[in-house]
Design a protein around this ligand. Structure first.
Ligand code: 5RP
Length: 224
């Protein structure tokens, strides 16, 4: 089975978390594209969606789903998004699509974060996928030098400007054995807007699409 079909299966399985008449958070990427298409096709009557990127906003509008500002939506019950890597504790690397800052904000504002991936994304230790870091443009070289001190090899993602007007460094060569500590450390570097590590706020549910269909991993809930 190809990766696209596995992503589609995970997206279909996530529909069971959607409650009609609610505003939900929606992420960014090719897996989420499937989710939005499934939402549109099944005509599930959600009240609207808070979108994590201009790309997802365009797609949502195409499917006639209202896009709602997070400042007026109030707390969200559900956020659905993909990831670039996930470990078995549901900690994630995100930001391959450069939407990490808005994704992190929506995840923080949501009660339940359902992450949908194909099985190639599930790893024992995060870091094979280069870790995206969104930076204020004038701080890019300074932040890069600090990331080298942490043992990484930052590469400037040339030609990419985030929806917030910032730039991305992709950090290669990190073996992330303590994701929470690394997230905190990188967050402390002046000029960093967001690091694409989701350990402080991991997913609550991970739906993995594979050859045998989907499997769901739930994190013991600390939040109520
Ligand atoms: C965007 C993201 C995406 O969730 C991540 O890149 C996964 O993308 P895809 O579903 O296309 O594999 O973090 O910033």
């Amino acid at each position: 089975m190809n990766a696209a079909r596995k992503k589609q299966l995970a997206a279909q399985a996530a529909l069971s978390y959607v409650t009609e008449d609610e505003v939900i958070g929606i992420g960014t990427g090719s897996t989420i594209k499937w989710f939005i298409e499934e939402l549109g096709a099944r005509k599930l009557r959600i009240r609207g969606a808070v979108s994590s990127s201009e790309a997802s906003t365009t797609l949502l509008k195409h499917h006639k789903i209202d896009v709602v500002d997070l400042n007026t939506s109030g707390p969200l019950s559900l956020y659905v998004d993909g990831a670039d890597e996930a470990d078995h504790h549901l900690r994630l690397i995100k930001g391959g699509g450069a939407a990490l800052t808005r994704e992190k904000i929506i995840a923080a504002a949501s009660h339940t974060f359902v992450c949908i991936v194909d099985d190639s994304k599930l790893v024992d230790v995060l870091g094979q996928f280069p870790l995206p870091v969104e930076v204020i443009p004038m701080a890019r070289s300074y932040v890069a030098r600090e990331l080298v001190q942490l043992g990484g090899r930052p590469i400037y993602r040339e030609g990419v400007i985030t929806d917030n007007g910032n730039q991305i460094l992709d950090v290669h060569g990190l073996k992330i054995v303590d994701p929470l500590s690394l997230e905190n450390t990188i967050n402390q570097i002046t000029g960093v807007v967001t690091v694409g590590l989701f350990a402080k706020r991991p997913a609550d549910v991970l739906i993995v699409g594979g050859d045998e269909g989907t499997r769901t991993i739930e994190r013991a809930k600390a939040r109520s």
